[in-house]
Design a protein around this ligand. Structure first.
Ligand SMILES: NC(=O)c1ccc[n+]([C@@H]2O[C@H](COP(=O)([O-])OP(=O)(O)OC[C@H]3O[C@@H](n4cnc5c(N)ncnc54)[C@H](O)[C@@H]3O)[C@@H](O)[C@H]2O)c1
Ligand SMILES: OC[C@@H](O)C(O)[C@H](O)CO
Length: 315
C-alpha cells in the first residue's frame, strides 16, 4: 500500500503543498479571534462601592441568571446557595424527572432563605440534545436570559474494565462528557444571542488527573479528563463572544455519593491519601464556584481547571 493510501478508500493523487494550503483555507472553519465586540474587552466598570468591605464584597459579586444542571444533587445545591448569596438574581435547577421532587424541595428551601431570589425547576436529561434545548429555552424565557451555567449533572460507575460493557461505558461518557457539551453549547447560543457573554463552569474531578484507588472506574475517569479538555476547547472558541469556560475538579467530598457503611474502609483510604488527611466538606467547593462565576473576580480566568482536593493530587 502506498504511503498516502487510506484503508478502504481509493488512493487519491497527492496534491502539491500550495494547493493543499488553499484547499484547507477553504474547507476548514477557523476560530474567530477578533474580540472587538466581546464584553470581555470592554474596560472594567468602576465599582460604585465606597467602603473597603463593600469593595471586597463587590469583587466577588455574581450577577444575573444561572442554570444549574444536576440541580438537586449535593454539590449543585451548595453551589446554588453560594451563587445566590453572592448576588445571583434567579436560578433554574435542572435535573432528571426522578429527581424533580427533590429539586422542588431545594427550591422551597432557597425561596424561604432568600425571599428576593426567584428559583425555578425544569426537567432535563442532559444527554438528549432536543430535550436540553427545550429546557434551556424554557429557562431563558422564565428568567429573561441565561448568564451563568454550572454543570453538575454526573454519574459514577465503579466497575472492572475487564467486565464493563460498552453500554455501561457509553452511559457514563454520555452523561458526564457529552451532556456537558450539549448543555454548554445550548447555553452559549443564548449567551451569544444576548450579546452579554457569560460564564460556563463544568465539574470535572481529581479523577481527571489520576487513577482513583482503590475503586476501578475507567469510564468515569476518562469522561472527566474529557471535561477538562472540553473546557479549554470551548474557552478558546467562545472568548470572542465574551463567554468564559472553566471547570472545577473536586477531590473526595463528603457527599451521599461517597457515603454508606460499605464505604467506611474506602473513605479511610481516600483520607489517608490526602495531605489534609480528610475528605472535603461540601461547602469547600463554593468559593471556587463563586470565583469562576463572578464577572469581576473571574474576569481574566478562562480555560482553566481549578483543583479543589485538599492537596490529594500532590501525592
Ligand atoms: N461527590 C464527590 O466527591 C465528587 C468529586 C468530584 C467530582 N464530582 C462530580 O460533581 C458532580 C456532582 O456530584 P454530587 O456528589 O453532588 O452527585 P449527586 O449524585 O448528588 O448529583 C448528581 C446529579 O446529577 C443528576 N443527573 C444524573 N444524570 C443526569 C442526566 N442525564 N440529566 C440530568 N441530570 C442528571 C442526578 O439526578 C443528580 O441530582 C458530578 O458531576 C460528580 O461527578 C463529585
Ligand atoms: O474522584 C473523586 C470523585 O470524582 C468521585 O466521587 C469518586 O471517584 C467516586 O468513586
Amino acid at each position: 500500500m502506498g504511503a498516502d493510501q487510506t484503508i478502504g478508500q481509493p488512493a487519491a493523487p497527492m496534491a502539491n503543498p500550495d494547493d493543499r494550503a488553499a484547499l484547507a483555507s477553504r474547507v476548514l472553519p477557523t476560530m474567530t479571534l477578533s474580540t472587538a465586540e466581546s464584553p470581555l474587552t470592554r474596560p472594567l466598570e468602576p465599582t460604585s462601592a465606597s467602603s473597603p468591605s463593600e469593595r471586597a464584597l463587590n469583587r466577588f459579586q455574581v450577577e444575573g441568571n444561572a442554570v444549574i444542571t444536576g440541580g438537586s444533587g449535593t454539590l449543585a445545591y451548595a453551589a446554588t446557595r453560594a451563587l445566590v448569596e453572592h448576588g445571583c438574581s434567579q436560578v433554574t435547577l435542572m435535573d432528571l424527572q426522578p429527581s424533580i421532587e427533590s429539586a422542588k424541595e431545594k427550591m422551597a428551601e432557597l425561596e424561604r432563605d432568600f425571599p428576593d431570589v426567584k428559583v425555578h425547576v425544569v426537567t432535563v436529561d442532559v444527554t438528549d440534545q432536543e430535550v436540553a434545548e427545550a429546557a434551556f429555552q424554557k429557562a431563558a424565557e422564565i428568567m429573561g436570559g441565561i448568564d451563568i451555567l454550572c454543570c453538575f449533572a454526573g454519574i459514577v460507575g465503579c466497575v472492572h474494565s475487564i467486565s464493563s460493557t460498552a453500554k455501561e461505558w457509553r452511559k457514563v461518557i454520555d452523561v458526564n462528557l457529552t451532556g456537558s457539551f450539549i448543555c454548554a453549547q445550548t447555553a452559549a447560543k443564548h449567551m451569544i444571542a444576548s450579546k452579554k457573554g457569560g460564564s460556563i463552569m463544568f465539574t470535572a474531578s481529581i479523577s481527571a488527573h489520576h487513577v482513583n484507588y482503590p475503586q476501578p472506574q475507567a469510564a468515569y475517569n476518562v469522561s472527566k479528563i474529557g471535561v477538562t479538555h472540553l473546557t479549554r476547547n470551548l474557552a478558546a472558541e467562545w472568548a470572542v463572544h465574551g463567554i468564559r469556560v472553566n471547570c472545577i475538579s473536586p477531590g473526595y467530598m463528603d457527599t451521599v455519593l461517597n457515603d454508606g457503611d460499605n464505604l467506611k474502609e474506602v473513605r479511610n483510604i481516600w483520607a489517608s491519601r490526602c495531605p489534609m488527611g480528610r475528605m472535603g466538606d461540601v461547602e469547600e467547593i463554593t468559593g471556587p464556584v463563586v470565583l469562576l462565576s463572578s464577572k469581576r473576580a473571574g474576569r481574566y480566568i478562562t480555560g482553566t481547571d481549578l483543583i479543589v482536593d485538599g492537596g490529594a493530587m500532590c501525592f
